[in-house]
Write a protein that binds this ligand. Structure first.
Ligand SMILES: *[C@@H]1O[C@H](CO)[C@@H](O)[C@H](O)[C@H]1NC(C)=O
Ligand SMILES: *[C@@H]1O[C@H](CO)[C@@H](O)[C@H](O)[C@H]1NC(C)=O
Ligand SMILES: *[C@@H]1O[C@H](CO)[C@@H](O)[C@H](O)[C@H]1NC(C)=O
Ligand SMILES: *[C@@H]1O[C@H](CO)[C@@H](O)[C@H](O)[C@H]1NC(C)=O
Ligand SMILES: *[C@@H]1O[C@H](CO)[C@@H](O)[C@H](O)[C@H]1NC(C)=O
Ligand SMILES: *[C@@H]1O[C@H](CO)[C@@H](O)[C@H](O)[C@H]1NC(C)=O
Length: 280
């Protein structure tokens, strides 16, 4: 029924090992990357952690790497056309999505340098400058509330941003959220939708992919946790075929078992990536 192809970030970085780049991106974990197609295909990657422990002094990075995909069709390209830039703040595991027809990006949460908070930004895709800060319209923004890390975002067909899951980190307490948030780029208001997830659970380290017709979001892989409880890193979502489906028009969750012709369904995974094939 659903045919989804899994690509791993490793794929991109594997290419880097083969091809020369100019300039090479600094190796990082938990960068946030988004594909923009309007005005030429290009990938924007924001931040990421320079060390395994993201909280350390050299943890989050403010590096922005932009990859121009327009010459990618040629098998003889001499170099990956990376452009390097910087953002005003260092961040790892930020939620990143395109808004306003690829003219701007929505950045939210993530493991920021101290003070950690849920600041959101609207950033220009032309020069990475901050067009707006979202603290005023932010339901989670307070030094007392945990910040959201590795939440997954999707740009809906009408331009609204949908955001789900991830960790809520409040110093040493790590919990998870089952809330779905909608961000309206016109009013710049972020709304907490309280819609029940399957089993009341949440996901962290998952993916979220919009169907071609824009009506369904498929949440695949990742850790499953009861909401608002201390998170341990067990992989207890045992099979990759256990998919959660969010119906955009009705804001309702359901579950689906993806078809697989394997006798042993593919094992679960976390921190993977998922892409839609053209016809799905
Ligand atoms: C987005 O930009 C493209 C190309 O510039 C244009 O054709 C399209 O109408 C724009 N869409 C919206 C919703 O403004
Ligand atoms: C949140 O963090 C940003 C920098 O990442 C900082 O400019 C802002 O003052 C912080 N807000 C609060 C309420 O601490
Ligand atoms: C969203 O709202 C619900 C209901 O008020 C609340 O329980 C939940 O904590 C909120 N989510 C976040 C991340 O603040
Ligand atoms: C997944 O593991 C967490 C941590 O051990 C546990 O609290 C939770 O109940 C488990 N969830 C499921 C769906 O098994
Ligand atoms: C866009 O779609 C979302 C999800 O259906 C909806 O909540 C929102 O009101 C829509 N926004 C506009 C401007 O139509
Ligand atoms: C499963 O389907 C794929 C695609 O049709 C095919 O390439 C593969 O051989 C099949 N595997 C088995 C075990 O039947």
């Amino acid at each position: 029924m659903i045919k989804l192809v899994f690509y791993f970030l490793l794929g991109i970085f594997h290419c880097q090992a083969i091809l020369q780049e100019n300039p090479p991106p600094t190796p990082r974990s938990f960068p946030a990357c988004v594909l923009l197609t309007n005005g030429g295909s290009r990938v924007y990657c924001y931040g990421g952690s320079l060390q395994r422990n993201q909280d350390g002094p050299s943890g989050p990075s403010n590096e922005v790497d932009i990859l121009d995909l327009s010459i990618f069709n040629s098998p003889t390209i001499p170099a990956l056309t990376w452009k390097k830039s910087t953002f005003a703040y260092a961040n790892a595991g930020v939620a990143l999505a395109s808004i306003n027809n690829d003219s701007a990006l929505f950045l939210y949460g993530g493991n920021q340098q101290w003070p950690k908070n849920n600041t959101g930004y609207i950033v220009s895709t032309t020069d990475n400058s901050i067009m707006a800060s979202l603290t005023a319209a932010n339901p989670m923004d307070s030094s007392l509330t945990p910040f959201i890390h590795e939440s997954r975002v999707v740009t809906l067909q009408n331009g609204t941003i949908w955001m789900f899951g991830g960790q809520l980190i409040n110093y040493n307490l790590r919990t998870a959220t089952s809330s779905v948030f909608l961000f309206d780029p016109v009013s710049q208001v972020l709304t907490n939708l309280t819609v029940p997830t399957p089993g009341g659970n949440t996901r962290f380290g998952h993916t979220a992919t919009l169907s071609k017709d824009g009506t369904k979001i498929y949440v695949i892989g990742g850790f499953i946790f009861p909401p608002e409880t201390d998170v341990q890193f067990q992989q207890n979502n045992t099979q990759l075929t256990d998919i959660w489906v969010y119906d955009v028009p009705s804001s309702q969750w359901s579950t689906v078992q993806a078809n697989s012709n394997q006798t042993t369904p593919p094992a679960m995974r976390t921190f993977h990536t998922t892409n839609r094939r053209n016809h799905c």
